[in-house]
Design a protein around this ligand. Structure first.
Ligand code: PLP
Length: 357
């Protein structure tokens, strides 16, 4: 059945080894991020075989699923937890990224009941404006956290390049290193992990620009897509087609390039833009916004132009193609991270694993 995602485990292993070896050579541990693949067991296994130090996912459901499917590796919860999921966190998660005192106190209470110690990495906002205590306030909060029972503060971390697109430069990472030093000076407390990096911070490893003590990266996009969207680049030595999307042509017709009639908004309330190129040969693919983000489809046939999509239909222009496409033909696409996320999440997209030894 189409649409279908073809997941090439050998290529994923190669991508994972590529970045993990680079990080390990600089004493940086790696959490392999499985969230874009909805915690697919085969992906976690590929990352573990490639020597990742832990498996990270944003959704507790994915961590529980992987645990039940036999993945026996330390689990890191990437999204700061909801109070309502803390019981599950204590049961299934080894290390939790966290930023709220109220949540830490509740986590402590549950961990105490279960006679467990819960490891946490306290998140600090260095300017990207997503999760974390604002960096000027972090030191005081950490002073409180280190005294909370059954909570083991093993690291401080930050997330950049996600909400505000702020680049993880050496200077930004130095802010984490400085806070670690202040924690030692003020509280005589040693922090094991400085968890600064996602894919966007890989250039620091590649260019030998790590700030002092930065020793933990959380990597997803570079392994799954072989790209680094924040820096607008391809990760050196990585495959971009470790996961490929196949979609089927359901209509081919010559049509004008601009719509006819009075124009309102499209099915999603957007105002589409059209360039008048005269009559063009266009295809409809049986896939839509429910399964992909059309802007993130990268056709193998470079002469295809992806135009637009509604929920279930994606319109492409094949006028310039050398291949004479027919109804029922299957087209292949590489995917951006955001498109991959949608297609793994969509139950209408079949998933096929290849090259699994
Ligand atoms: C907190 C956090 N760290 C790391 C990552 C991984 O980022 P990337 O896929 O860019 O490597 C994500 C997103 O998946 C995240 O939310």
């Amino acid at each position: 059945m189409y649409p279908k995602l073809i997941v090439d485990i050998e290529k994923i292993k190669s991508n994972a080894k590529n970045v993990i070896e680079k990080c390990h050579s600089k004493n940086v541990e790696v959490a392999g991020v499985t969230k874009v693949m909805c915690g697919m067991k085969e992906i976690a296994e590929a990352m573990i075989e490639s020597n990742c130090d832990m498996i990270a996912d944003a959704r507790i459901q994915n961590i529980i699923k992987m645990n039940k499917e036999g993945i026996n590796h330390p689990f890191l919860l990437l999204r700061i937890p909801m109070i309502s999921e803390l019981k599950k966190v204590v049961e299934y998660v080894d290390i939790t990224l966290i930023s709220e005192m109220q949540t830490i106190e509740k986590l402590s209470e549950i961990a105490k009941e279960k006679q467990k110690e819960q490891k946490i990495i306290f998140m600090i906002d260095l300017g990207d404006l997503r999760e974390g205590e604002w960096y000027t306030e972090a030191l005081d909060k950490i002073g409180e956290i280190i005294n909370i029972e059954n909570i083991n503060l093993i690291g401080i971390g930050s997330n950049l390049g996600c909400f505000g697109g702020v680049l993880p430069t050496k200077e930004k990472m130095q802010m984490l290193s400085d806070i670690k030093k202040q924690i030692k000076e003020k509280y005589d407390y040693d922090i094991k992990y400085l968890s600064g990096g996602s894919t966007a911070a890989l250039p620091l490893v590649e260019n030998n620009e790590l700030s002092e003590g930065l020793n933990h990266y959380r990597l997803g996009e570079s392994i799954m897509c072989g790209t680094d969207v924040t820096n607008n680049r391809i990760v050196p030595g990585a495959y971009q087609d470790a996961v490929v999307l196949e979609a089927e042509i359901i209509e081919i017709k010559e049509k004008p390039s601009i719509p006819e009639g009075k124009i309102g908004l499209d099915a999603f309330g957007r105002k589409p833009h059209f360039e008048d190129k005269g009559w063009r040969k266009k295809c409809i693919l049986a896939i839509g916004e429910q399964d992909i983000n059309p802007g993130g489809l990268i056709p193998f046939d470079e002469k295809i132009q992806v135009l637009h999509a509604s929920s279930d239909h994606t319109i492409i222009d094949i006028t310039d193609c050398d291949i004479n496409y027919k109804i029922g033909d299957i087209l292949k696409f590489k995917l951006s991270y955001s498109s991959l996320l949608k297609s793994t999440t969509s139950e209408y997209v079949e998933k096929e694993i290849i090259n699994k030894k």
